[in-house]
Every structure is written in structure tokens, then in C-alpha cells.
Design a protein around this ligand. Structure first.
Ligand code: ZN
Length: 149
């Protein structure tokens, strides 16, 4: 069973692996940090937040100082989808934003009898049905070809 964890991440409870929800790429041990399975783009924050004030005239321009801030973008190594981004001091290792108790997660989904890819849990006895099936298994409805845009 695959459980949608974020917009771009599944946990496959059978293999205990993180998977990209777009292409199915294996991103590593689900008991560890999915970021270890991603490609990381270490961005200069001035590319994303350009100065509002003229940097020739002002020391502080409302643009982050790259000596104090970097933006790390974590992307799927197969399809390139950006999975996560975070602001960190230069040289700081990627943070661990999710650690899951896989045994408990499996136990709860097995007890529910629901398919995690079609149920959204809003609270006790308040599940809604929708379609969270893997995009890599759907039939063209999630295509990202230029003809769709
Ligand atoms: Zn992918």
C-alpha cells in the first residue's frame, strides 16, 4: 500500500521506501530522510528574492544576504519535480522535516481497511473519497506535455 504523505511524496508500506508521486522514483528508506534520495540545488537567494532597493546605493535591499542564507531545492532525480525547498545558513545540512513511525502507519492503514490513495482523512469517522492515485499510473489526465499548457 502506498500512502500519500505530501503533494509529491508517497511512502510505500510494502517496500518501506519513499517514492516520488509523479514518476515513482525510489527516494530512499521510508524510516529515514527522503531528502537523501533527491538532487539538491543550492540557490543564491538573490535569484529568488531580487533586491528591491538599488544595491549600489543601499547596504540592505530586502534581498537575503547569500553569506547568511541559502535556498535548497530538493528535486526528484528522475522527473525533476521540485519536492521541497528550505532556507538555511550556508553549509547547514538539510533538515529532517518528517520522520514516520512506519509500523504504526501500516497498522493504522491496515486497520482502516481503506485505500490511502483514494481516502482523505479529515478526522475520526470523517473520511472523504478522492483520487490520490500515483500520477505515473494514470492515463494522461496529469500529463505535463507542452500541448496541455
Ligand atoms: Zn519523480
Amino acid at each position: 500500500m502506498r500512502v500519500p504523505m505530501t503533494e509529491y511524496l508517497f511512502i510505500d508500506l510494502d517496500s518501506e521506501r519513499w517514492l516520488c508521486r509523479i514518476c515513482g522514483q525510489d527516494l530512499g528508506d521510508a524510516r529515514g530522510n527522503y531528502k537523501e534520495g533527491t538532487l539538491v540545488y543550492d540557490r543564491d537567494p538573490r535569484e529568488i528574492h531580487p533586491p528591491i532597493l538599488d544595491p549600489e546605493r543601499y547596504e540592505f535591499t530586502f534581498s537575503p544576504d547569500p553569506d547568511f542564507c541559502r535556498i535548497l531545492e530538493f528535486c526528484c532525480p528522475q522527473c525533476g519535480t521540485q519536492i521541497e525547498a528550505e532556507y538555511l545558513p550556508p553549509g547547514h545540512p538539510p533538515t529532517v522535516d518528517m520522520i514516520w513511525d512506519i509500523d504504526s502507519l501500516r497498522e493504522k492503514w491496515e486497520a482502516s481497511g481503506d485505500n490511502a490513495e483514494v481516502v482523505v482523512n479529515y478526522g475520526p469517522n470523517e473520511n472523504a473519497v478522492t483520487d490520490f492515485t500515483a500520477r505515473f499510473e494514470s492515463t494522461g489526465s496529469h500529463s505535463h506535455s507542452p500541448a496541455d499548457s
